[in-house]
Design a protein around this ligand. Structure first.
Ligand SMILES: NC(=O)c1ccc[n+]([C@@H]2O[C@H](COP(=O)([O-])OP(=O)(O)OC[C@H]3O[C@@H](n4cnc5c(N)ncnc54)[C@H](O)[C@@H]3O)[C@@H](O)[C@H]2O)c1
Length: 355
């Protein structure tokens, strides 16, 4: 019996709804397999905590999380707290403090879910986007001067380091190498951004030499939106900067049917710290409390967590249960169904226990 300690941070909006659904599903896997056990500790950090304490998490938050095997995260964001406070107060300090530099975002069209792309059925789109998650445009470097005056200035400096770019390129090439098509697309903007992005391209070419069996190409981020929409089959593994991949992966989620199915893993590949698993979506104020949040992204990211923990069979079982339930048409309204979060969760639990 393997024991895994998981820190759950449901946080804001629909976060608590989809994380409690995910915990129920993981407990069903525990019951079905009998070879692993999870102990969950829930941390009530987020916007309510901020309103009570003036911070999104306590000062020793990272120290409290460090001993866990993984972090299972919901979403942050509240209508009455500025987004840069919620993001920089909780999610980003965890990603950066634990050097989770590889943000891995798989996308595929699940059976029974319709893509807005007319000709794309299941299998037409099967991508993994690797997002640089520690520097680039979200390095936090910059500042404001002369606030409120006509000469006010604000800078947001994108930082690209040789170490940071090399390690994410290696991660992406290695991932591409592990997938059947062995195909990597490097997204860039080196026509307009002639320093950091040119270095990004050069390092991509250097690292490519270490992976002669991986075919790779390079594309400008603007052209990439067109390629994702018109030629989705031409893509497999994709690597992009923090900002570019953030935007492209929302597009990927939408092309796969809904943001509600899109998962993400914030990985420390060197395993010095716990990695963090979360849905891509935010706190979705418009549907909070209605019981209709799609829990599939939180199930899929739970499968990513299982894979990271070395439980590939459990991950495959969970994903196949999700596929079965989607194929049977038990879906929330964002993907054209009428089921509630609870009904989808119960159906996935049933599929796991009956498998
Ligand atoms: N990682 C994060 O925690 C994260 C990510 C994105 C946005 N945010 C925050 O979330 C808040 C709302 O942002 P937003 O509206 O731009 O993005 P959002 O992802 O919360 O919602 C965008 C749209 O997608 C729908 N949607 C999202 N998840 C869904 C699900 N599981 N099931 C069904 N429908 C779903 C929402 O109803 C909404 O219409 C903001 O405060 C933002 O800063 C947080």
């Amino acid at each position: 019996m393997k024991n895994y300690s998981i820190a759950a941070i449901p946080a804001d909006g629909i976060g608590p709804e989809v994380i409690s659904a995910g915990i129920d599903v993981l407990k069903a896997l525990e019951k079905r397999l009998g070879t692993l056990r999870f102990s969950f500790q829930t941390f009530e950090w987020g916007s309510d905590y901020y309103k009570a304490h003036g911070v999104m998490m306590p000062e020793d938050g990272l120290a409290q999380l460090k001993a866990f095997d993984a972090i299972y995260f919901g979403a942050v964001g509240a209508p009455d707290v500025p987004d840069h406070i919620t993001l920089w107060g909780l999610r980003l300090p965890i990603c950066q403090g634990f050097d989770q530099y590889a943000n891995v975002r798989p996308t595929r069209i699940l059976p029974g879910i319709e893509s807005p792309l007319r000709h794309a059925g299941p299998g037409a789109l099967d991508w993994v986007i690797v997002r640089e998650n520690s520097e680039g445009e979200y390095s936090g470097n910059g500042g404001r001067a002369h606030r409120g005056l006509p000469e006010e200035v604000g800078t947001e400096v994108a930082i690209f380091t040789r170490v940071g770019v090399t390690r994410i390129m290696r991660y992406a090439f290695r991932l591409a190498q592990s997938r059947p098509r062995k195909l990597l697309t490097v997204v860039t903007k080196s026509n307009a951004q002639r320093h950091g992005m040119v270095m990004w391209d050069e390092i991509a070419a250097e690292v490519a030499a270490e992976f002669p069996d991986v075919s790779w190409d390079k594309i400008l981020v603007d052209a990439m939106t067109v390629r994702m929409t018109l030629h989705p089959q031409s893509l497999d593994t994709i690597v992009a900067t923090n900002l570019h991949a953030d935007i492209l992966s929302d597009l990927a989620g939408a092309l796969a049917g809904s943001l509600g199915v899109a998962p993400t893993a914030n990985i420390d590949p060197e395993r010095r710290f716990p990695s963090m698993f979360e849905p891509i979506h935010g706190s979705a104020f418009d549907i909070t409390g209605k019981g209709i949040a799609n829990p599939v992204a939180s199930f899929w990211t739970a499968a990513q967590m299982l894979e990271h923990l070395g439980e590939a069979d459990a991950a495959a079982l969970l994903l196949s249960a999700v596929d079965q339930v989607c194929a049977a048409g038990i879906k929330t309204p964002d993907v054209g169904g009428s089921a509630t979060t609870r009904q989808v969760t119960d159906a996935v639990i049933h599929a796991i226990l009956e498998s």
